[in-house]
Write a protein that binds this ligand. Sequence first.
Ligand code: HEM
Length: 499
Amino acid sequence: DKTLYDFADKIPGPKAYPIIGSSHKLLKQKEEDRFNIVQNMLAKYEQNDMTRFWLGPVLFIFINHPNLIQQVLSSSDCIEKSFTYKFLRLDKGLLAAKHESWVHHRKFLEASFQLDVIKSFISIFVDSSNQMLTSLEDQINAEQKKEQQIDVFKLTSRCALTMVLATSFGTSASEVHFDDEILKAVEELIKIISLRCHEPVLYFEPAYRMTRTYYREKKYRKRCCYYLDQVLKERREFILLNNNMKTSASTMTMKTDVSSLKDIDEELGIMNLDASSTNSPNSSFIDHLILHSSNEFTDEEIHDHIYTFVAAGYETVALQTFFTLLLLAIDTDIQEKVYGEIIEVSNINYDSLTKLSYLEMVIKESMRLLPAIPLVGRETQEEMQIGDLTFPKGVTLLIHLFNLHRRKDIWGEDALQFNPDRFLPENVAKRHSHSFLPFSEGLRDCIGKVYAMLAIKTILVKFLSHYKVTTDLKLEDLTYKADITLKICQDAKVNVQRR
Ligand code: HEM
């Protein structure tokens, strides 16, 4: 596209990696080197407001300056996601949805994420965290050592998946069962989708379908779907049946008595599900989608929305909690300060979690240095002005959150150090509103951000009030790779010791 080539010339940045030989060249690098190539390129052009990056024939423009980032994220001409989101194969879900359907669905789904609903999930967050601690105790008891090397990410992954499944399907945490194969399948799928994002040869669907990677994708997708489709189907039938029975039962109770409702619950083995008051704090995401949509959503849309919540919610929460624990294991003084704050909590609820202001600063500092989502992508829907330039329609824009969060001109000479005090209100007030964006911003920001903060805080309060974590790793030793989510290359087991 000549317009695009001419336009790209106005922006500094490296030329294309030739298509075949070299996207291979990029891919043959170790994963962390691939991340570094982009990282170094951005650092080199950091002073530029924008940087051009050709990957094969595909042009990406990194938007670097907070002013311009604000312009992009708040513009209604730019709420379309970049083409790479198609690789998720959840086109109808909120994360990847096209503009027209997204506007309507987002408005509707906001109700599922209202504060009252999220508050009612806290007991599930607590139960899931307790299950995690039981599993940790089992590991510690099995080895009989005072201090043990633990794969904390595995623990937080199981815990976060339990939370997301229970709150999506309206069950209690103890009713959620899955084996490690599911975790493995999700992990592999994320790797494959990330590989496609890096490899232009795999962008073209018919060509991609001839590769071995596609067959691997199919295998892992089938494994996830087999599990989730089954749960989804059962819950749907169950909710609809329960709702019908309750509707007729509730008419009867006008004349008889309320115990009939309880009998129906018992007969059906219902736990934690009150379908007659789905807008109450006890409603789950699936209740809301099925019962409140009045045929608003097709089966495919319900499927994609639920899968999107699981995909967007589980690994992000697991990673960010793990990253926070790792940073606290590196800096045990800060860990002690957190401990001093959380031992005051006698009962975990919305009010007590909201009062944990130091813990919140620590989580935000972990999101700054190690943002679970390191990159977000958009596409211009119309010709639009960004800074001094007029962008044609159809340009892919990227915002590198990892890099933005480490800029020395914003965060100071000590930008690479872990210092939660950066999030003291007086320090926040001095910075640009768009210099810290772990949940993105604007119209397509994260719909689950309140859920995520409360879930992460609950896991950390539970974990850190019983255990102390340490490690020999240093922050400067860490190297990274970017799947869709940020990963650490080191084996990041931490030493866990009972308090
Ligand atoms: C630490 C945890 C989390 C982080 C760091 C995070 C981060 C983000 C970011 C950066 C985006 C914007 C993505 C983009 O523009 O491409 C996003 C969108 C989204 N997130 Fe989260 N997220 C987290 C947890 C959650 C949870 C728990 C849920 C649901 C239960 C969730 C559901 C979503 C959805 C549905 C979107 C798409 C919103 C839209 O386009 O309207 N996220 N998240």
